[in-house]
Write a protein that binds this ligand. Structure first.
Ligand code: TEU
Length: 548
């Protein structure tokens, strides 16, 4: 049975992975074509973002049919071929289940609009206030009100995301049964992993005005969330001990994650939490550019590591996904120290206690989009906020400068396979522009290069399998207050792993607070790292040391 603690998950955004039919969109056949590349990297699972029937307002996170492959991505036969070919290579599939909401084009919502009371109770319809305004002052995470008026019904419906993504009513047992049946449908197809999208938002509390914020305190980690997850576990994926599950937990608390991912809680295998990826936000506001707070980053990363370990709960550990900017652009260096910083950032994550997730292109050091014009952006969240910021009076240039850093499109530009046209992603016109730096950053130039970022990720993934301390070790911060070094220690049955990272471009002299006797360099992004009690750490120097 696959041990998810020794495993690494590779996230694929199929739309931007590989186009094999020249329509400018990636599809499932493209994933199948690149399985040997993924096998070479050494990953154990591939998480596929949604490829089900969808109008694509949110690139598939607006599902209109959970059991049918959207023709843009191929056919069920293509999926079954992918599953079979992946299985032959020891790679398992993790599907992305979006159950907080459906597309407003889903037949359930269409029946609700047509007046069917059974399906109106599948969603969250509420009457307008006496003055005709929305039922509460809650705000959508994509900007604007979280309520949209449906004249066919004469009520508002709730949408925590885009207005084309209507929230499901999980209080309705019929909705929960539908969800269970959908999971079982994909289990019957041999799927051994599920990612549940914003699953900690499914239980809503009271529908009241929020005089303290945007309403998230009424539905985040809601009143029945643990009951709902335990029921879903019991009635579907929990019936197969081989299945691995991960919950995306938006704005969650650590205390709830102790239960979501607690080994004996009967909910999920692990969780994504995002607090460490808000250290360059102003509070929860991502659309204001502030310098990253390194001290806060370490405080969050380390407290979650220690807290989850103390409660026998498991983390997904990651920097990147399809919603986040590229980490080498965000926390590393795109210039002189591009390779060193990309490898350092990888070392930080892959030594942690948790299952590492690698987002497509992260293993190549792919950077933010490199767009020069607002017209190049595609993401509904970015386009909604573009209009909100313009309505606030910001110039197009100011809006561009914000999107350039925080837009989700930064991670959605096509995979850079070659230095050739469109980076080898498509022979057609790509749905979103390929980063011009594909001439320099691409798989073809790295797979055979022992000094490449690809080779470094491959080594880290291999080490997790070779040394049990990566998977089963405890966690302890080292010198947490240091202004530029991120260091920690893992211990397991006589194996001791020390991970030391200079997080910055400036070299620094670091007084190691622990004895280095018996340790040897396991992996470093410099060929000649020489650990010492008073250690001259070079720009972005990252060293993993082992004592056994
Ligand atoms: O993301 C949840 C979410 O909160 C994202 O909006 C993300 O945190 C934010 O955009 C960061 O700025 C999930 C999916 O990963 C995302 O792609 C979907 O758009 C969203 O849910 C709705 O399904």
């Amino acid at each position: 049975m696959q041990d998810f603690k020794k495993s690494v998950v590779y996230q694929i955004y199929p739309k931007s992975f590989l186009d094999t039919n020249g329509d400018g969109l990636g599809e499932l056949r493209g994933v199948t074509q690149k399985l040997d590349y993924l096998k070479e990297l050494g990953v154990d699972y591939i998480w596929l973002t949604p490829f089900f029937v969808s109008p694509q307002n949110d690139n598939g996170y607006d599902v209109a049919d959970y059991r049918t492959i959207d023709p843009r991505y191929g056919t069920m036969e293509d999926f079954e071929e992918l599953a079979q070919q992946a299985n032959r290579r020891g790679i398992r599939l993790m599907l992305d289940m979006v159950f907080n909401h459906t597309s407003t084009e889903h037949i359930w919502f269409q029946k609700a609009l047509a007046g069917d009371p059974v399906y109106q109770d599948y969603y969250i319809f509420r009457p307008a206030r006496p003055d005709g305004s929305a039922p509460t002052n809650w705000q959508s995470k994509f900007g604007g009100s979280a309520w949209e008026y449906a004249p066919q019904v004469g009520k508002y419906y709730l949408h925590l995301f885009d207005k084309t993504q209507a929230d499901l009513n999980w209080e309705n047992p019929a909705v929960r049964r539908e969800v269970q049946q959908i999971v079982r449908f994909w289990m019957d197809k041999g799927v051994k992993g599920f990612r549940f999208d914003v699953v900690n938002l499914i239980s809503k509390g009271e529908y009241a005005d929020d005089d303290q914020g945007d309403g998230r305190r009424f539905y985040t980690d809601g009143p029945r969330i643990h009951e709902f997850l335990q029921e879903l576990n019991r009635e579907s994926f929990g019936q197969d001990p081989e299945i691995v599950t991960v919950g995306e937990m938006s704005s969650t608390s650590m205390e709830n994650c102790f239960r979501y991912a607690g080994a004996d809680c009967g909910e999920l295998s692990m969780v994504f939490s995002f607090h460490h990826l808000k250290v360059d936000f102003m509070g929860n506001e991502k659309w204001v550019i502030v310098p990253a707070d390194f001290g806060r980053l370490k405080e969050l990363l380390f407290s979650w590591q220690e807290g989850m370990a103390a409660h026998n709960a498991w983390n997904a550990v990651f920097w990147c996904n399809h919603d986040q900017p590229r980490v080498v652009s965000r926390f590393g260096d795109e210039g002189e120290y591009w390779k060193k910083s990309a490898k350092m950032l990888a070392g930080v994550i892959h030594g942690l206690r948790g299952t590492p997730y690698v987002y497509q292109g992260e293993e190549l050091g792919m950077t933010n989009a490199g767009f020069t014009r607002l017209e190049q952006y595609r993401d509904v969240e970015s386009l909604n906020h573009f209009q909100i910021l313009r309505d606030k009076g910001l110039s197009e240039e100011s809006v561009y400068n914000i999107l350039k850093i925080h837009s989700r499109d930064n991670s959605r530009t096509p995979m850079q396979w070659t230095a050739g046209e469109n980076g080898g992603f498509t022979t057609g016109t790509p749905w979103i522009n390929v980063n011009p730096n594909t001439s320099r950053i691409n798989a073809a130039s790295q797979v055979e290069d022992p000094d490449s970022i690809f080779a470094y990720y491959k080594a880290l993934i291999r080490l997790r399998k070779e040394y049990d301390v990566f998977a089963y070790g405890d966690f302890a911060p080292v010198d947490q207050k240091h202004p530029s070094v991120l260091a920690y220690r893992r211990e397991y049955k006589g194996q001791s792993l020390l991970c030391v990272n200079n997080f910055y471009r400036a070299g620094c002299r670091w007084h190691c607070p622990m004895l280095l006797e018996g340790y040897r360099v396991l992996l470093s992004n410099y060929s000649d790292s020489t650990p010492a009690a008073d250690w001259e750490l070079r720009p972005y120097e990252s060293v993993l040391l082992i004592r056994e």
